[in-house]
Ligand binder design. Structure first.
Ligand code: 5AD
Ligand code: SF4
Length: 439
């Protein structure tokens, strides 16, 4: 029997696509190998958002080449955004790659893997399949991704995504809701809605079928069994009152929001083509907090965008401090060929970028520690993920605010428990499960 192994790089969208890739390979009669070196079909689901992502992939491909010299039957398959960005050139530059598919063509994977010698080994472009409609293999019984859309219509000047994932296409609300109901029936309690820009969901649908993102939140909230709804990522420019109201009013929608800021300098935001400025972002945060006072806010920030001065960077630090985020993903700007910003003047020296990043990371940690410490003494609802890997007697799970909580005594994966928070670090909360008193 052929045994596959999928290595995933990049974002949640890729994690979700990998579940579909695994589901398809299983449907084709293959089994998953427990480790990469026990597999004879290696799949790399790739990301191309930063140059380093590309470098890491090349290392994996080189390792696969060495293995293939000893095991000529080994199949090397490349899927995802990097494959889309290089397309057929992959077979020229990495001749030991047997098949490749872009993120819009996952459905073609089986055909290209089993293609006879001389047949087409690559499937790119066209974005004609929703990975969501393919068979899937869920990693966790009680949690699932729910894909709302694919592609992106924004024109952020640094970003390669629109060119590899195409224009935004919303999945039909009927299909999204049918999947959500099916997931609930299978025992899923938490869904994370996915889209490059979830809150522009539905705008491309024909008027008779149109459903806004806020309406979708309410419709999934109404499904019995779904107790937690998360989503990522919204674009601040499309975060309107109806979404904030739906978040506040729907019991299942978690008190958590990942709202990418990218920069705190209005001048840089303009160069990034984000279409909001620092003041508008801060106003938005104030509106979200007024509606959902205990909301946990996280963000994405890029340091060292072309032309970023020390004063611009200080604006980012100021806005970060003013919001007091719960956490942030911090990125060093990476120039991507084909993006608008790649041709901008004023690229920042590496040492300056690194120095700014380390100052920002310090601020991120400080606020994370403060925000977590503020939860000491509270009772948090935690969805158990089972035993902690490092301390098997301690269990771990996520709060509704999406923070990792360690707790004892144990509760099986998938159960929702109340945890009295006693300690915290910048990364985790720790506490004791409050045993419900039964009459
Ligand atoms: N360089 C650095 N970071 C980037 N991101 C997107 N493109 C780039 C780039 N060229 C970051 C953004 C985005 C996150 C997923 O990746 O912060 O929100
Ligand atoms: Fe995700 Fe973007 Fe990376 Fe593609 S390039 S995997 S969309 S982060």
């Amino acid at each position: 029997m052929q045994r596959f192994h999928v290595t995933t790089f990049g974002c949640q969208m890729n994690v979700h696509d990998s579940e579909r890739i695994k589901g398809m390979l299983e449907a084709a009669g293959m089994g998953e190998a427990p480790a990469e070196d026990e597999a004879n079909v290696l799949v790399f689901n790739t990301c191309t958002i930063r140059e380093r992502a590309d470098d890491r992939l090349v290392q994996h491909l080189n390792a696969a080449r060495i293995r293939k010299e000893r095991e000529p039957d080994l199949r090397v398959v490349v899927a995802g955004c990097w494959a889309e960005s290089v397309r057929e050139a992959i077979f020229r530059d990495f001749p030991w790659v047997d098949a490749a598919v872009g993120p819009g063509r996952i459905g073609a994977l089986q055909t290209v893997i089993t293609a006879p010698a001389g047949a087409e080994r690559g499937a790119f472009g066209s974005f004609d399949d929703f990975a969501a409609d393919l068979p899937k293999r869920r990693e966790r019984h009680h949690q699932a991704w729910l894909q709302l859309s694919m592609g992106c219509n924004s024109v952020c000047s640094y970003c390669i995504v629109p060119s590899v994932r195409g224009r935004e296409r919303s999945r039909h609300p009927r299909d999204v809701l049918a999947e959500a109901r099916l997931l609930a029936a299978e025992g899923v309690t938490e869904v994370t809605m996915l889209g490059q820009n979830v809150n522009s969901y539905g705008r491309d649908l024909p008027p008779a079928e149109r459903c806004t993102f806020a309406e979708m939140l309410r419709a999934v909230d109404a499904i019995d069994g779904i107790n937690r709804i998360r989503f990522m990522s919204p674009h601040p420019k499309d975060m309107r009152g109806d979404v904030i109201e739906a978040m506040a009013e729907c019991d299942a929608v978690c008190n958590q929001l990942h709202l990418p800021l990218q920069s705190g300098s209005s001048r840089i935001l303009k160069q990034m083509r984000r279409t909001y400025d620092a003041d508008r972002y801060l106003e938005l945060v104030a509106r979200v907090r007024a509606a959902i006072p205990d909301v946990a806010l996280t963000t994405d920030i890029i340091v060292g965008f072309p032309g970023e001065t020390e004063a611009d960077f200080e604006e980012t630090m100021r806005v970060y401090d003013a919001v007091g985020f719960d956490h942030a993903y911090t990125f060093i700007y990476s120039s991507r060929a084909g993006t608008e910003a790649a041709s901008f003047d004023g690229h920042i020296a590496d040492d300056v970028k690194h120095e700014r990043l380390s100052r920002l990371v310090e601020l991120v940690q400080q606020h994370a520690a403060l925000r977590n410490a503020a939860l000491i003494g509270t009772v948090q609802e935690v969805l158990s993920d089972g035993p902690s890997r490092r301390e098997p007697t301690v269990f771990r799970g996520k709060t509704r605010g999406n923070k990792t909580a360690l707790f004892s005594p144990p509760a099986p994966a998938g159960t929702i428990v109340s945890v009295q928070i006693e300690q915290s670090t910048s990364q985790t909360l720790r506490g004791t499960q409050a045993i419900p008193v039964t009459a």
